[in-house]
Design a protein around this ligand. Structure first.
Ligand code: ZN
Length: 186
C-alpha cells in the first residue's frame, strides 16, 4: 500500500484515510472529513498500512449513550447526564441520530438560563453530529474529533447506534501507545 495515487472506480474515488467511496471532485470525505482536494494524507494513514492507527475503534471503551427523543425536555436530559457523567446524550428520531447533547452543551447553553430547561433538547443540541462507524479506525476517529472539535461522537454499526466514543478515551489510547516510555513527572 505504498501507492499514494487515489484509488478510483468510475466517478468514485476512495478516501486515502478511511477507504470510503466518495464522488470524484468532492472536497471532503463524507465519512471521515479528510481533505480530498489536497490528497496529501501521509502514507502511514493509508488503509491497510501496518500501523497501530489502523486499530479498530471498537477496541476502545465504548460508552453506553443516554438516548433521548428530540422532544425530551432539557431538564430530563441534564438529569440523566448527571447520573452518567462520562457519556453524552444521543438524540434520535426513530432510528436516526439527529443530534448530540453533552456536558459542554449544558455549560455553554443552559447554565445561567434556567428557562431553557423546559425547552425540547433539539433546540439546544448540536444537530447532525459527525458519526463514527464501528469499522472506522483509531486514525479516522482522531481525525473526526480533531476536525470537528468534538469530545463525544456517536458510534454506529450499520444503521444501529451502538454507543458513544469519548475524545478522552482516544487521547488515552494515543498516550499509552506512543508515550508509554515517558517517565512520570518529567
Ligand atoms: Zn475518509
Amino acid at each position: 500500500m505504498a501507492d499514494t495515487e487515489p484509488v478510483k472506480a468510475g466517478n468514485l474515488v476512495a478516501c486515502p484515510l478511511c477507504g470510503e467511496w466518495n464522488i470524484e471532485g468532492a472536497d471532503h470525505c463524507e465519512n471521515c472529513l479528510a481533505d480530498l482536494a489536497a490528497l496529501d494524507v501521509p502514507v502511514t494513514a493509508q488503509p491497510g498500512a501496518e500501523t497501530e492507527f489502523n486499530t479498530p475503534l471498537t477496541s476502545l471503551r465504548v460508552l453506553r449513550p443516554v438516548v433521548v427523543a428530540p422532544e425530551t425536555p432539557v431538564r430530563d436530559v441534564v438529569a440523566r447526564l448527571r447520573d452518567e457523567p462520562d457519556t453524552a446524550a444521543v438524540v434520535m428520531r426513530g432510528s436516526t441520530v439527529v443530534g448530540i447533547f453533552t456536558e459542554r452543551d449544558v455549560l455553554k447553553r443552559i447554565v445561567g438560563r434556567p428557562e431553557r430547561l423546559d425547552d425540547p433538547v433539539e433546540r439546544w443540541m448540536t444537530p447532525d453530529p459527525v458519526i463514527l462507524r464501528d469499522s472506522d479506525t483509531i486514525a479516522v476517529g482522531l481525525h473526526k474529533m480533531a476536525v470537528g472539535g468534538f469530545r463525544h461522537l456517536p458510534l454506529v454499526h450499520g444503521d444501529e447506534l451502538v454507543g458513544v466514543v469519548s475524545g478522552s478515551d482516544l487521547l488515552i489510547w494515543f498516550l499509552i501507545h506512543y508515550f508509554e516510555g515517558v517517565p512520570a513527572g518529567s
